[in-house]
Design a protein around this ligand. Sequence first.
Ligand code: AG3
Length: 281
Amino acid sequence: MDLWYTEKHSENVGITMKVTKTLFSGESEFQKLDIVETLEYGKMMLLDGLVMVTERDEFVYHDMISHPALFTHPNPKKVLVIGGGDGGSIREIMKHPSVEQAVLCEIDGLVIDKSIELLPSMACEIDGSNPRVKLHVDDGIAYIREHQDEFDVIMIDSTDPIGPAVGLFEEDFYRLVFGALKEDGIMVAQSESPFYHPEIQKNMYKNLRAVYPIVEMYQAFIPTYPSGFWSFAFASKKYHPVKDFDRERAKNRGFYTRYYNEDLHLGAFMLPTFAKENIAG
Ligand code: AG3
C-alpha cells in the first residue's frame, strides 16, 4: 500500500510526500503531534497537520532563524527561544561560543519529549547533556512577562498564527519581548511565506514597527513550507542587520553552517518587489 501525506497550502494546492512509517501520533492539551518517516525528506514532524520540520531541509530554517541575529549582535551572551521544541534552533545557537546561556521556552512538553526520542539530530542540545541550555515548559508570553531586561537575542520559533501561536504575532507580545531584551537586543521571528501569506505579513510587520526602531524582513528557501519561499522578521533596538554586520566575523566563524554564510547574510535581506510590497509601511 502507498501512503502519502498532504499539507494543503491553499484550497487548491498542497505538498505531498510519500510516507513509509508513522513513528508517533498523539495529542497534547495544545495540539496534535505526528512524526512520520518519509521517503525523500527523512523524518518529518507535523503539528495540527502542518509541516514543522523535516530532517532534510531543517538546516535552512534553523540556520536562518539563528545566525543572522547572532552575527549582527556583537556579543550575544544570553539567548531565548520561544517555541522551537524540536531543538533545532538551540543546536545552532550552541555553535556560538559567546553564548553563555540559551533558554528554550516551549509550551508543549510533548513536542520536546518526542523530539528528544525521535529527532536526536535536532534535539541533541536539549536532552539535558548541555549545561548552557535551560528548558522551560511554559507559555512564552507568561515567561517573557517575568523575565524583563534579560536577553541579548530572542527568537520566536513558532508555528503559523493559528492555535497556540496566535498571540505570538500580536503587538502586545512584541512589546513584552522588547522589554525582555537588553538595551541593544534583537528579536527574530519566523514570518510566514511572502507568496502565500501577504495579509499575515502586513499585520505582523505593522505590529513590529509599532514597537521596534529597526524592522527588516529576510528570506530563505525552505522546500517543505508553503511555496518554498519563506521569511523571517528581524526587529532590533540598535543594530542593523546589514549596516552593522561584521562580515569578517561571520566569515571566520570557525564552525560549519550548511546554509548560512557571510554572503548569504547580506543577500537574504534583499527582497523581490512583491515581498517588499507586502510589508510596505
Ligand atoms: N516552525 C514552523 C513554521 C511554519 C510552517 N508552516 C506550515 N508548514 N504551514 C517550525 C519550527 C521549527 N523549529
